[in-house]
Design a protein around this ligand. Structure first.
Ligand code: GLN
Length: 516
């Protein structure tokens, strides 16, 4: 009995101890949780000064949006962590909730508000038209009819110019590249957020460009959050406090002259109707158009690559050392550097170099893209061809020589046909790689398959469906090419080729195999 009582007492003590320890652990946890604020991931596209840009020393980001977001986070007890994303990737990132919010000079629009939640407006902006300094005929949107205009993909600028009749629109990943196109004289105008273009002209020393007239639209920026995010209230509360205490004004005056204009509690754009439904018919029509451009780019680049690659391969096996050396440097350079860098070097770099040398030279998009792709693919094809030719036994050259054939005949009739058969599988691989690599030229505004997809995502925000459709079209193109190359391989194979069976002459008797 006594033992039983003691056991009961012991049990209560243990239970009590466990409860106390759990309570202490919880309390401690709560304290530490309070001490380390929640990490709040905020997406931004940092090539949009003065709103967001790389800090001068290269460390981190700076800008009006960055300061404002940090002040909001401090007010709301959050630990903000900026995530750099391309502008047209921000909305999909919010939809998939890989980030908690985004601040990137994002205009509050009714279309976007269908897929996102916006904070109250924090900045009044609008679109502006930028033209070259000598241009005096463009003053408004009406004057842009039939003109060549550069815009940033997925922006309100891109949306507005799409309404202009006959305008030829080229889309780039950043506003800075669009302005570079204007300086290079490749487009007549750039339509972009006014404060950004003005800042680039006044503070970043952008030369040869001016902004015409007033802001052509009235827009309000908001902080974007995933649809119905529970953080919306916290962000709005903090923003309202900053506006009331004057802290907002101080941040504003750090980046802009004068007092901030009054901000409405709700953006007027939200009152309009929104249409951004995905139209499958239009999607497939656009993807079909894009696939045509992709195939055209692949085809021409492969043909030029084959021609260039053959010459380089011949040079690589030639007895002339300096020639071999030059071609080796070429091959190593184009194989050893990223295709994207090569493309930028050719499209943006070469005209700049020529300008510095006092020559007026600029590349059109099509020749630049084909030149970059061909130069790159030629380097790979040259190596494939060199390897193929050198894989044919040396003895065959000697045999041909003893038959009185010259080296050109030997190459043409004996070596190359055999080598070509060996080269076919790697050539097929290269062709498939090239189909996929053409997607890189989207960065210079080429509307091939991938870009067509990006453009559709930028207006409908259906990233998954559209990119899946794009991937399937690529798969269709690569599978079809792989079938063609397999067919070619079969055709070139003398063993599988159907030839007429020739009966052995009658007077020849087969040698008997000696049986044991
Ligand atoms: N305000 C414009 C928009 O929301 C452009 C924003 C940007 O390029 N960062 O579309």
């Amino acid at each position: 009995m006594k033992q039983l009582q003691r056991r009961g007492w012991f049990r209560y003590l243990t239970l009590g101890l466990i409860t106390c320890l759990t309570a202490i652990a919880f309390a401690f946890g709560a304290v530490t949780a309070q001490e380390t604020p929640r990490v709040f991931k905020v997406a931004t596209e940092p090539t949009f000064p003065p709103f967001e840009m790389q800090a001068e020393g290269g460390e981190g980001l700076e800008g009006f949006d960055i300061d404002l977001m940090e002040a909001i986070a401090a007010e709301a007890g959050l630990d903000v962590e900026f995530v750099s994303l391309p502008f047209d990737g921000i909305i999909p990132a919010l939809q998939s909730q890989t980030v908690d919010a985004a601040i990137s000079g994002i205009t509050i629009t009714a279309e976007r508000a269908q897929s996102l939640s916006f904070s109250r407006p924090y900045f009044k902006a609008g679109l502006a038209i930028a033209v070259q300094e000598g241009e005096n005929n463009i003053r408004s949107f009406e004057d842009l009819e039939g003109k060549k205009i550069a815009v940033q993909i997925g922006t309100t600028g891109a949306r507005e110019v799409a309404k202009i009749e006959g305008a030829q629109i080229v889309t780039f990943d950043s506003a800075a590249i669009a302005l570079q196109e204007l300086i290079n004289g490749k487009v007549d105008a750039v339509v972009n957020d006014g404060p950004v273009t003005l800042y680039a002209i006044k503070n970043a020393g952008l030369q040869g460009v001016k902004v015409v007239g007033e802001l052509v639209t009235e827009e309000f920026y908001g902080i974007a959050l995933p649809k119905d995010s529970p953080d919306l209230e916290i962000i709005n509360g903090a923003l309202t406090n900053l506006l009331a205490t004057g802290e907002y004004n101080a941040i504003y005056q750090n980046w802009f002259a004068g007092d901030p204009p009054p901000l409405p509690p709700v953006a007027p754009a939200l009152e309009s109707d929104a249409v951004n439904a995905l139209n499958w018919g239009r999607l497939f029509q656009n993807l079909f158009k894009g696939a045509g451009v992709t195939l055209m780019l692949t085809f021409f680049s492969f043909i030029f690559g084959l021609l260039g690659g053959t010459l380089v391969a011949l040079a690589l096996i030639s007895p002339y050392k300096p020639l071999r050396l030059i071609c080796r440097v070429y091959v190593e350079f184009f194989r050893g550097t990223p295709m994207l860098v090569q493309l930028f070097m050719i499209y943006f770099g070469l005209p700049a170099l020529f300008r510095e040398l006092g020559l007026d030279f600029s590349f059109e998009r099509l020749p630049a893209a084909i030149a970059a792709l061909s130069l790159n693919v030629a380097a790979y094809l040259a190596e494939i061809m060199r390897g193929g030719i050198q894989s044919i036994e040396k003895g065959q050259w000697e045999a041909c020589e003893s038959l009185g054939m010259n080296p050109i005949e030997t190459m043409r009739y004996i070596i190359f046909p055999q080598a070509f058969r060996r080269m076919l599988p790697p050539l097929g691989n290269e062709f498939i790689t090239l189909i996929k690599d053409t997607s890189l030229v989207a960065v210079i505004g080429f509307e091939e398959l991938f870009r067509q997809g990006q453009l559709m995502v930028a207006t409908t925000y259906k990233a998954f469906e559209i990119y899946l459709a794009v991937a399937l079209v690529y798969l269709l193109l690569t599978t079809a090419s792989s079938f063609i190359f397999k067919w070619l391989e079969r055709r070139m194979d003398p063993l599988k080729k159907k030839t007429k069976a020739v009966a052995p002459p009658k007077n020849i008797t087969r040698p008997q195999v000696a049986s044991q």
